[in-house]
Design a protein around this ligand. Structure first.
Ligand code: NAD
Length: 433
């Protein structure tokens, strides 16, 4: 059944700036407060980081297959464009809110600056459960949303990409809709496109490859061998599935997985390619024959070396952080750890590789895709993977060094590196008019 139109929500604007309303945006504001003492004279510009530059709420009406009209609420937020055009994904999910999109856009500003790609931060989303839509309805939803946010996106203004429940096909529709509206084929308006439409080789695997790359870098520094390491992955989609595959190929054992459909355990390690086939066929890890069913709550207490949350935000909380048995958490998802849980993990000496560096591989290859589109010259997959690994290693090394020098967590260190870059750009540009 198609989902009924979602009623408009009253977003009282001042409340989204309230740090005590600890949604994703409140969490982000706390993270900025933590980093401010380390910003030196640039801290006079810190307010810039605490407000989105621009936030657009759009009504997205579409004809459903039964002939009725449904309305959905969509958003595009440009958090900061001091270092370049806005850049960040588009999420289709029933829980999307303006506050969430704002936080995700801000984390994109931090991430893009952390890996030093010349972008600001942006994010978009539609409050919809796309699993309730037919393919035709999904296409109409995507096209109308693209037309509505067409006011503020563009190859040199703001470049969307895939996120939860959006993929290369959705990007192709977005590219086509924008192109029809401006009267020319504008491949550079979105990244994560199909390879035949100006997409980049290696983009689909890039975020998972980045997760794997920083994981290996961190493991070397704490003396943890990857060979034989026990891995638990929450979310076995684009990010978690690829990260799990690469760790397994490097000799690690994926001992536990969880997605929206169920949780599985196999102490000997799962056959990851077979599990990926199963997910591709059925849409979930549930029902996979090569593992046993695990109670969802027990997933967090599975003894492992590396835990990879790669689903949604707010998954590691004060309630489950004390049970986590990992030596290292690699945040494949955006915002998976609440600030209280972050403190608990730090007290328990569990190393957290924060989202803003750990999952930056996707936007790094998106940047490569955008560069290739502009130059109409396409690189080989090997070239892309090598450049990706180089960017991730360099960024991680810089962040690790700051963490060591200042005695702070890797999250605060990443924020120090990124906020310094953003605010330095802000200061040099000055205010206009
Ligand atoms: P995806 O849609 O491919 O996969 C999402 C996975 O999360 C699925 O396995 C789904 O079953 C699982 N999931 C959803 N709800 C869940 C729940 N309540 N409990 C357990 N599992 C649940 O999405 P993705 O692209 O892999 O994105 C995952 C996360 O990584 C998101 O936070 C996203 O913002 C972030 N991220 C993605 C990219 C990218 O390039 N795709 C880049 C950076 C960050």
């Amino acid at each position: 059944m198609p989902q009924a139109a979602t009623p408009l929500i009253n977003h009282a604007l001042p409340s989204y700036l309230d740090p005590h309303h600890l949604g994703p945006w409140g969490i982000y504001l706390q993270q900025v407060d933590r980093v401010t003492p380390y910003l030196g004279h640039l801290s006079r510009w810190v307010e810039t980081l605490k407000r989105p530059k621009r936030a657009l709420i759009v009504d997205v009406p579409i004809h459903l297959d039964d002939g009725t009209v449904a309305h959905f609420e969509g958003y595009r937020v440009q958090h900061n464009t001091s270092r370049g055009p806005g850049k960040g994904g588009v999420r289709f999910h029933q829980d999307v809110t303006l506050s969430e999109v704002m936080a995700l856009s801000a984390w994109m500003s931090i991430k893009n600056a952390a890996v030093n790609v010349p972008y600001g931060g942006a994010k978009g989303g539609i409050r919809v459960n796309p699993k309730t839509l037919s393919l035709g309805e999904l296409e109409r939803l995507t096209r109308r949303y693209t037309s509505e946010i067409g006011l503020i996106i563009g190859p040199t203004k703001d470049i969307p990409a895939p996120d939860v429940n959006t993929n290369a096909q959705v990007m192709a529709w977005m590219m086509d809709t924008y192109s029809m509206n401006v009267g020319e084929t504008a491949t550079g308006v979105v990244t994560g496109k199909p390879v035949d439409l100006g997409g980049s080789l290696g983009r689909r695997e890039a975020t998972g490859r980045g997760v794997f790359t920083v994981g290996v870098e961190a493991a070397q520094r704490i003396g943890m061998p990857i060979e034989g390491a026990r891995i638990a992955v929450q979310g076995f989609g684009n990010v978690g599935g690829i990260a799990g595959k690469l760790f397994a190929e490097a000799g690690a054992r994926v001992v536990a997985v969880q997605d929206h459909g169920g949780s599985l355990v196999n102490d000997r390690g799962m056959d990851v390619p077979a599990l990926l086939d199963h997910v591709a066929r059925t849409g979930s890890v549930a029902g996979f024959a090569g593992a046993e069913v695990l109670d969802a709550g027990e997933f967090w207490s599975i003894p492992c070396d590396i835990l990879i949350p790669a689903a949604l935000e707010g998954q590691i909380t004060a309630a489950n952080a004390p049970k986590i048995q990992a030596r290292m958490v690699i945040e494949g998802a955006n915002g998976p750890t609440t600030p209280e849980a972050d403190d608990i993990l730090q007290e328990r000496n569990i190393l957290v590789l924060p989202d803003v560096i750990a999952n930056a591989g996707g936007v790094t290859v998106s940047y490569f895709e955008w560069v290739q589109d502009f130059s109409s010259f396409f690189w080989t997959e090997d070239e892309i993977n090598q450049r990706l690994v180089r960017v991730m290693k360099e960024a991680f090394t810089a962040v690790w060094q700051v963490a060591q020098d200042k005695g702070v967590s890797l999250r605060t260190a990443t924020f120090i590196v990124a906020c310094t870059r953003i605010l330095h750009a802000r200061e040099m540009r000055g205010l206009y008019p």
